[in-house]
Every structure is written in C-alpha cells, then in structure tokens.
Design a protein around this ligand. Structure first.
Ligand SMILES: [Fe+2]
Ligand SMILES: [Fe+2]
Length: 314
C-alpha cells in the first residue's frame, strides 16, 4: 500500500464539459470566458463533447472558444466525447473519426498536465463502434498505470474522461452505463492511486454536493453538467470549480440562473487515509472494499430545466 501522501497541492481547476458547439448558447459561452478570466484557474479541464455533430463549422467554433481561453492565458486540457466523432458520415466515423478534433482542438487525445502538487491525465473514451457509450482499452489501462507511476508520489492524481467510469445518475433514479472494462479500470485506478475522477456526458452536475452516495473507494467522483449547450437534462447549464489544497478538495457548482452563472452548491472533501470525507461527516467504509467498489459520488438533484430536454444520446 502506498504511504500516506502529504498533499502539498494548492491548485484551482475550472471543470467544463459538454459544450456542444452547434447546439450552444453564445451568451453562455461568453459568460464562461468572462468567469474564467476572473477566476484565473491554474487549469481548465474540458471533459468532452465539444461539438454537437463533429462538423467542421462546429469544430471551428470550439477552436475559436479555446483560442479565446488561451489568449487570456489559460492552460486547457481537453478530451474527446462521443459527439466529437461524426455520427452520420460512416466513412469518416470509422476511418478518420477524430481528424477534425486533432486539427481544431488538440493533436493529443490523452493529454497530461502537471501543476504544482497535482497531476492530471485525460483519457479518450469515445469510440467509433458505439453510439454513445464509452470504453477504456487495456492499453489505456496500462497507460494510466505507467503515467502516474512516473509522477511525484505526493501529487494529487486526477483522471479526466468524457464517459464516467461508473454508473452515475442521468435522470429520475436512472443510472448511466459504466465504461467497458470497468473492473479492469477500477483496478488500475486503485493501483495508480488516483484521487479524483472528472467526467461529463450525462449533462448532470455535482449539484447538491452534500447529497452523497456513500460508498467506498479511493477516488472522489465529480461530474460536470453541460456548460454552454441547450441540451439540458433535468437541470440548468453549469460548470464546476475545484480547489485542491493541502488536505482535500473543495467543489463549487456554478449554475446558470437569471442571466449569469451563480453558486449552486459547495462542498469540501478531506482525504482520510484511503477514503474521502465530506465536511465533518465520516463516510462509511465497507468491511471489505471488494464488496463496494463504487467510489464516493456526488449526486445531482432534481431541478426544473429551463432549456430543451436532451435526448439520452449525450
Ligand atoms: Fe457524451
Ligand atoms: Fe454531451
């Protein structure tokens, strides 16, 4: 077992997801750029679905958005989502699925960034062969292990994917599908000592952060809603702000309301040994970790949607 970490980190991360350029709302795009300029995070993470249908014009708009962020001095780490692979152009879908992504977003599909005290790895879980579900290959699982094995043992380790690795809430009591090879991915996450998993896809934020599904596991699971699209599902557009400090992580959910993003919820999580603890409330640990491999998950609340309901194809 790894020795206890010292957690020397103090980094801020703005977590965006599911921008869906092509089905985006320009006012929200501008609001995100403005908030990022104010917050000045150390890193902006975008966990996939940058476009709606992977069209060139949509990628151009997404690329322009990234250019605005970079012009403002931000570092950005992005991964592709299922919508970033062409859906209807079958030839392109299977022969060159992410050519446009590489041209307009990033050549690197699994980017890695190291901040002061924090290591962040992005992984591409989008696949041409599936319509909306994600997958992690055994090669990627080895890549997770190898990448984090080379990082400072005291760094907080964060893994970013578009598809949640675990079944997370997507609607009224409904759970989404986990990625393929989930058990192998779980083992790799545990072995690599990953502390935080960031994902999107479900268009459901970690609102009501104190409403936890109490499980066990080493990883704190945080999902972001859609930041800028009209494809809302049960809640408004949102993004997350993470502050990673010497003893834990503070998560703030900023939701769109009355023409601006405002704080919807905030929760602080402390690392206690191999588990996370919310505030002063201890999280129940199972007698046998193998009995409850699910990590602590932030659960989204029910709230009235103001935008168009999205389909299940997120
Ligand atoms: Fe998606
Ligand atoms: Fe999406």
């Amino acid at each position: 077992m790894r020795r206890a970490r010292r957690y020397l980190a103090m980094a801020t991360i703005l977590h965006l997801s599911d921008l869906h350029f092509g089905s985006h709302l320009p006012k929200l795009v501008d609001a995100v750029v403005e908030r990022a300029a104010i917050e000045r995070p150390d890193l902006i993470v975008i966990s996939g679905d940058l476009t709606q249908r992977a069209k060139t014009v949509e990628y151009e708009e997404a690329g322009h958005f990234l250019g605005r962020l970079r012009d403002n001095g931000h570092e950005v780490l992005a991964v592709p989502g299922n919508h970033d692979i062409p859906l209807y152009n079958v030839l392109r879908r299977f022969l060159s699925p992410l050519t446009r992504y590489k041209k307009y977003i990033n050549e690197e599909l699994c980017p890695f960034v190291e901040l002061d005290g924090v290591s962040v790895l992005g992984l591409n879980t989008a696949r041409s062969a599936t319509f909306k579900d994600g997958s992690i290959s055994h090669e990627q699982i080895r890549f997770i292990r190898d990448t984090f094995a080379g990082t400072d043992p005291d760094h907080v380790r964060i893994l970013v994917t578009h598809h949640p690795l675990f079944a997370l809430p997507v609607g009224d009591g409904e759970l989404g599908a986990p990625v393929d090879h989930q058990q192998d991915a779980l083992a790799a996450i545990a072995e690599a000592g990953i502390d935080v998993l960031l994902a999107g896809h479900n268009h459901r934020a970690s609102n009501e952060a104190s409403e936890l599904v109490k499980g066990s596991g080493r990883a704190l699971v945080i999902q972001a809603g859609t930041a800028t699209s009209n494809r809302v599902r049960g809640e408004n557009q949102s993004f997350n702000m993470l502050v990673v400090d010497g003893s834990g992580v503070t998560v703030t959910v900023e939701s769109w309301a009355d023409g601006h993003f405002e704080r919807a919820d905030r929760a602080r999580f402390r690392r206690i040994g191999d588990h996370w603890q919310l505030g002063d409330e201890p999280v129940e640990a199972p007698a046998d970790p193998a009995d409850a491999p699910s990590p602590m998950v932030l659960r989204a609340p029910e709230s009235p949607a103001k935008g168009k309901a999205a389909t299940k194809e997120e």
